[in-house]
Each structure stands twice: as C-alpha cells, then as structure tokens.
Design a protein. Structure first.
Length: 490
C-alpha cells in the first residue's frame, strides 16, 4: 500500500510529547513490511537548522480567507520505502516553539497555522501525483485533513481511506468561531454534526466526525473516552462513531529502549545478567544524591500536571518514605507543582530527590536503576514508560486506566503470574497498598528476581502495533476503493 502519515511532530525531527514517538516509529514499522510511506510534518525552525532537509522543486499556495499563503516543500529520504516531507512557511513555522512561545502561551495564530498545514498535506500529495490507499492523520493539528478529503479534495481522494488517531482527547484544538472562514469551508459545516463544538471550532472533532476510521492509542482508552468522566464532552460525538472506533496500543522502539545495548546507561544488562542492574542503581543513587542503602528506589519520569497524579504523590510522600522507599523524579510542568515537589524533596533529603526539566540520558538511567516505576495517572491514553520499565526489569506500579491497564497485569505471588501492581481509584491509600505489595515481593529476593525476568520477556514492539494498523488500513482501503469506483461509475 501507499500510506501517508500526517502530524505536527515526528521523532527525531521535532518533539513535545508521545505523538512524535508514534510518528517516528509506526510509519517505519510499516515501511519494514514493504509499504511505501510518506510522513508529512511542518518545517519548524529546529528542523531546518538541525536536519537541513533538501528543498524540493514543489511549491504551491493555500488561500485562507482573504490571504494567499505560500508553501515550500522539503524532504529527507529515510529509507527505501519511507520519506519525510516538511511543509515550509517561515512566517507560520520558523519559531522557537512548536505550539507555544517562550512563556508557555499558545501562539494566537495556531488555528491559521494548522489549517494551513492540513490543506498543504493534501495539496502536496496532489503535487506528487500520488494516489495513497490510506491517509492517517494524528490529533487536532491534522484534524481537518479527513474533512478536506470529503469536501474540497473529494474528487482526487474519492478512493483513499482516512484514518484519524486521537492521542489525548484532553487537547481538542478549540478556536473561536470567527476562525471558521480560514478553513475555506461553508458555514453549513459549522453544525453540531460537523465542526461546531459548544459554539467553537474544534479541529479534533473535525477529524473524529469525518474520518472513515477513528483510532486511539489503547483498547481501554477507546472505551474510556465514550464516558463523561474521560470524554471531555466529546463522548457523545464518539458514541456515534463507535462501529468505526478502534483502540490500538502504541508500541515501543526497542532500538532506543533496551538495556542490552542502551548507550545512555553505564552498565548494559539482560535478563540473564540482572545482577548488573544493581550497578545502575548505585549510579542512580549518586546522581540524585540519595543515601547508599539497599532500600528499593521508586522512579518517576513525568510531566508535572494534575493528569499525572502529582497530587497523590504530594499527599502520600511522607508515608512512601516511612515505608522504606527512596524516590527519584525527573520532570517539569506546572510551576506550582514544581515548587511543591521541590519542597518535598528538601524535607526528605537523602531519601527523595527531584530534577526539574528533561534529560534523556537521566531518563534512561532511571529506567535502568530504579526498582519500581510509579505511574498514578488520573488518565493515561497509552503511556510508554510502563512498557520501557518492563524491558528494563523495573516493576511498574500504576493506576488501572487507559494503556496502563492494558499493559500491566496484576502480579499474583502464589501463581507468579503478572508483571506489576495496580490500583483502581484515585486514592493515596490504594496507591500505598499497591506499593506495599511490591515491597513485600521485593524482600523475597528469589521471587523478585523471577518477577523481573518475567517482566523483561514482554514484547510491546511497534511490529505488533503496525500489524494491527495494517489490517485496519486494508479493510478501510478496500471500502474506500469500492466506494470511489461506484461514485465514478454513477
């Protein structure tokens, strides 16, 4: 098949979150299967300066209301079957941040930027004279692509299937209704059945309503977003798409996250050399200025936000330390949480340590050196760190939501089945109970060793996820092909 992936960030070129990891891995896994894959993303300042993609002899203009905005195309050939294309416009994309300025404030023209991007994706495909079987778009920044495929560009793409992935329904691309003319679509599309969402223009809703198939990043999350608790007012819309809504678990890039050949950790190890993990633990203790005791270390790598369960951590930290744990955290986010978590670390100096910010090498060391990885998220569409942790023999303790529920199976000490510990409610007491279970097994050294070895055998590679997407693409590509030919015939 010919498959196009379009999204606002893609590893290694640009990244603010997990979306970039998906776009950096899933298309390449599909290319390994022999499909021809095009990846389309904006040409940000960081991409242009660091990667210097090759300028193509392709340019066009997009009309947004009363403006005609030019696009210049750049590309990087990744391998025989995969090419990354970048939509260039200096005024829109040549900025230091992808979506926000240096103060963390959304760019006021984000609607204009990503409406332009969505139109440009389809214009680029036309200019390449490509006839894709599937166009797979990701999150609100590319949410208008499926709309345009069925409206302004319907003749060209009548036989092409559209797939739209919701990575986090909490981010919906909401803009005031006066931005609607930028889309080039008539006001007849600004309805409760179309792009209107509580009086605003929603680009996430646009993709969710118009795409042939809608996916999200784990089976449990695909069910959660149909409920008022997790649907962020979009649950009613998504219930109408239920026959075409699928949950496909994100995968892990084991080229980057594997303790056997991880270049970021001082001591590589495998399931057969797990004793070496203790050397990484000693390095982790020193890096975070923790005492040298043999106490189990809990690790967290997280965004400091309410969604990630930071309130539970702050509430329970005294009891976590009194249970005999040490605790390390790497992350950044909301300033009040940053200050509170630093204050807690100062109170428990030597037993708790925090580093504000993000450091990739430190993230790898935490995975390799911690005994337990804690993820008490309020909601977690997929989550990757719990899957990284399993590969590193670091036992996950998680709240049973979203992808955390799909990847962590409760450990049973009697049968020795399972790979971690879970708790259901957003409750400090339940979280502490799960940590207590982990602590009890930790003190049974032989049982703990068998658990770590079992954890490391789990396979959450992108190959598995790509196979699921491949089946989905084929089913909807056939439908679109037949529909397109019927339309041509009639």
């Amino acid at each position: 098949m010919i498959i196009v992936h379009a999204g606002s960030e893609v590893v290694p070129f640009s990244k603010t979150g997990g979306l970039a990891d998906v776009l950096g891995s899933l298309p390449l896994s599909l290319a390994k299967k022999g499909h021809d894959v095009l990846i389309v993303s904006p040409l940000y300042k960081s991409v242009a300066e660091k990667f210097r993609p090759e300028k193509q002899n392709i340019s066009f203009s997009i009309r947004l209301n009363d403006q005609v905005i030019p696009a210049t195309i750049y590309s990087i050939k990744i391998n025989e079957h995969a090419t990354a294309y970048f939509i260039g416009n200096d005024a829109l994309f040549m900025r230091d941040g992808l979506y926000v300025d240096k103060n963390g404030i959304d760019y006021p023209d984000n609607a204009k930027r990503f409406i332009f991007f969505s139109r440009s994706v389809l214009e680029l495909i036309k200019q390449l004279n490509s006839k894709p079987d599937v166009i797979h778009t990701h999150d609100w920044q590319a949410g208008l692509v499926p709309v345009y495929m069925k409206t302004l560009y319907r003749n060209y793409f009548s036989g092409t299937a559209s797939v739209f992935t919701i990575h986090n329904i909490g981010y919906q691309g909401l803009f005031w209704h006066f931005d609607m003319p930028l889309t080039g679509l008539g006001w007849e599309h600004f309805t409760s059945d179309g792009l209107e969402f509580y009086g605003k223009l929603s680009l996430l809703k646009a993709g969710s309503v118009f795409a042939d198939a809608v996916t999200t990043v784990s089976p449990t999350y695909s069910k959660e977003i149909l409920t008022p608790e997790f649907g962020y007012r979009m649950d009613g819309v998504l219930k109408t798409r239920k026959p075409d809504l699928f949950g496909i678990l994100n995968g892990v890039d084991y080229e980057q996250w594997n303790p056997e050949h991880d270049r970021f950790i001082p001591h590589q190890y495998s399931a057969d050399t797990l004793e070496v993990k203790q050397d990484n633990k000693m390095t982790l203790n020193r890096m975070f200025n923790l005492d040298e005791s043999a106490a189990p270390v809990i690790g967290m790598i997280t965004r400091l936000a309410q969604q990630k369960g930071i309130d539970l951590i702050l509430e329970a930290m005294g009891r976590i330390i009194s249970m005999g744990f040490k605790f390390v955290l790497l992350g950044s986010g909301d300033k009040p949480y940053e200050e509170k978590i630093k204050d807690a670390a100062a109170r428990y100096n030597g037993r708790m340590s925090v580093k504000i910010g993000f450091d990739n090498s430190l993230a790898h060391l935490i995975e390799a050196g911690a005994d337990i990885f804690l993820m008490p998220s309020v909601y977690e569409p997929c989550g990757l760190n719990q899957m990284y942790s399993l590969k590193y023999g670091t036992v996950p303790v998680v709240r049973s939501t979203g992808g955390l529920n799909d990847t962590v199976m409760e450990y049973n000490p009697s049968s020795e089945k399972g790979n971690g510990f879970k708790f259901k409610d957003q409750s400090a007491d339940q979280m502490l109970s799960a940590l207590k279970k982990a602590m009890d097994v930790y003190h049974d050294k032989q049982r703990w060793l068998r658990l770590l070895k079992a954890c490391m055998l789990y396979d959450f590679s992108w190959d598995r996820s790509a196979a699921d997407y491949e089946l989905l693409y084929k089913a909807y590509a056939i439908k679109s092909y037949l529909h397109g030919h019927r339309s041509s015939y009639t």
